[in-house]
Each structure stands twice: as structure tokens, then as C-alpha cells.
Design a protein around this ligand. Sequence first.
Ligand SMILES: *Cc1c(COP(=O)(O)O)cnc(C)c1O
Length: 390
Amino acid sequence: MSALAKNYNRRKIAFKKGKGSFVYSTKGIKYLDFVQGIAVNSLGHSNPYLAKAINKQSKKLWHVSNAFIIPEGERLAKRLAQKTFADYVIFQNSGAEATEAAIKAARRYFYSIGKPKKNRILCISNSFHGRTLAAIFASGSKKMTEGFGPKVPGFDHFKFGDHEGMEKAITKNTAAIMVETAMGESGIKVIPNWCLQGLRKLCNKKKILLILDEVQCGIGRSGKFFAFEHAKIKPDIVPIAKGIGGGFPIGAVLMNKKVASAMTPGSHGSTFGGNPLAMAVGNAVLDQIFKKDFLRNVQKTSTYFISELNNIKDEYPNIIKEVRGIGLLIGLQLYTDQNKFINKLDKNKLLTMRAGENVVRILPPLNVKRQEIDLAINIIRKVCDQLSNE
Ligand SMILES: *Cc1c(COP(=O)(O)O)cnc(C)c1O
């Protein structure tokens, strides 16, 4: 009997090793892994370059307190700042911590300019920002908050796509709007560029902050370093995690100068966040993602994959309702039950992940090979064929 609590609905597969896009089960079965730890292993399993970086750092220095200067973290922060809208970075260990730090930074900013009552955060209902107390109440999801009251105050909600509702929900106490640039858990719903541009304008007009949660869609997943770059806008605060560690737990909140000025010494901290081992891995991930043509390849692979998936959709219009996504954050919205579909994909040795709205989420590593995409396409077509003959 397992001594692990039953808070996860685990599939009955365990793995012993992984290499690139593939994982091998304890039973010796080789799977094409298009979950990749939910968009975490951005460079695939056991990436040799990352393995070398972590191995090298592990022999030098693992952890020191943030009471001291950490050169590896200085370097990673500077590289993130140089490549993005951000001026300053605080490192964390996970996505939820990063989104909480984003909320703290927004509130602290208004506090620092003498407007402490501007502290409410406006979010999309049924979004996802992590599983800590504040993050679940930020999500506005009944399922995630059930039994975890009392409700953490300070969050307001509007429905995805309801522009009027959003504007109406902004009050004099609103500090920020926080949304995922592309919603992952809730069903791969990408906020269109014109909406992001409108959101930026609205936040400027109302003098509130724009927080874009890029924990899942950031770090190259969308085909640009950040998904909001497609809309050519600049947010004020961006939490990141998942892909930046390539499988090692790293989170961070990126901020512009204005916001970061409120995060004075002692205002926020983390014991583990930004330790030398994590920072060495983060720098190694950036070495790969910042390579010339890396992101262009993500875009090319995405265009090919999405067009092939649309072909399958056209062949099986009673099974696939819609192909959604951006870059290599892809979803198939189904008419058929998602669990049944995922189960059949598992049996055909392609691992995928469920998301909201009956969507099957497909998350290859960013350096996936064309023939691995072709393999996935064949399996997905085969499963559609099986289901259409049932
Ligand atoms: C995964 C995720 C989080 C939470 O990250 P954890 O590391 O699980 O805490 C937050 N926001 C978004 C958009 C995510 O996809």
C-alpha cells in the first residue's frame, strides 16, 4: 500500500529513465512523452548539456543563503532582464510562489506610493495560478477552493472573453489585472494579441498594473521567449517557473523598475530561491533557448504540428472539435471523452495530459525532432480512427 496521500489521480505507469522526447517505463515500455512534466522539461529528459551543468555546479557549491551575493543568480537575472521587459528579478522555487510574489509586488507597489487600499487583484474565473492559498482563490475555481476556506480576500473575477465584465469589475481598489497569457490548465485558451493590447491600454488608462502569468506559456513555449511578445506589449510583472528549470524546480518573478522599487530589503524572501545549483541549471537552459534559430524552430515545428492536427480534425470531425494553442502549447478539444482519448494514446505509447473544457494537452519538449512529431501525428490519427469505428 502506498503511503503517499491520495491527492493525485495517478496513471498506472512508473518510469525509470528518460532521454530527450522519450521515457521508459519500469516495465520497459518506451513512450513518446508529450507531457514532459507539464511543460517543465523544456529541453527534454536528461538533456546532456543540462546534466553537465548541474554536475559541474554540484561539485562546486549547492546552496548558500540569500544573505550573501550569488554570482550565478546575478548572471541569470541579468540575462533575463536584458532579453525581456524586466529590470529586476526575484527567484523562487515554483510557479505558485512566483504568482504569489507577483501579487505581493503589485500590492507593495501601491503601498509604496501611499495607496495601500489599492490592493485587489482582478483575475479570470477558472484560471490557474498555482495551489497555495492565495493562488487558489486567485483562480476563482470552485473545485480548487472547495474545503479550503475561509476565502482569501482580495481577488475579483471576470469571465474569459467578457471585456465589458472585466472593465466593470475594475474599482478604485484594483491594483492589478492578473491573467495567463495563454491559459494552460483551463484548456489551452490563448488570449488574442488584440486583447492583450487592449488590456495593456486599459491598465494604463486606469493606472493599474498588468501581471501576465507565464509560468506555463513562457520561456520559449509559445515560439517567442514570452507569449506576450507576440502582441508586442510590455506587462509590469511576470511570474515564471516550469520551463526555466528544464526539470529543476525554479520560479521567479520579473518586474519593471517601477514595481521593483517597492521591493525593499526585507520585503520578500525565500530560503531556497535562487541557490547556486538552481541558477546554474537556469543559465544552462537559457544558453540553449537563446541560441540563434532555437525559437524560430519552435515556431516552425508548431506550424507544421498544428496544420497536421487540423488535417486530422478534418478527417475526424466527429472526434476533434478544435485544435487550439500557440507554439508547442497545443490542445485538442474533443467531442469524445478526453480521458478515454488519453488512455488510448497511452496504450499507443504517446503520453499527453488533460486540461479543462475536455481538451487533450500536448506539450512536446521545445527541441522535439520532426520525426517525433510525425510519430505523434500517426498515433493520434490511429486513435481517432479506432474511436470512429467504435
Ligand atoms: C503550473 C502553473 C502554476 C503553478 O506552478 P507550480 O510550480 O505548480 O506551483 C501557476 N501558473 C500557471 C499558469 C501554471 O501553469
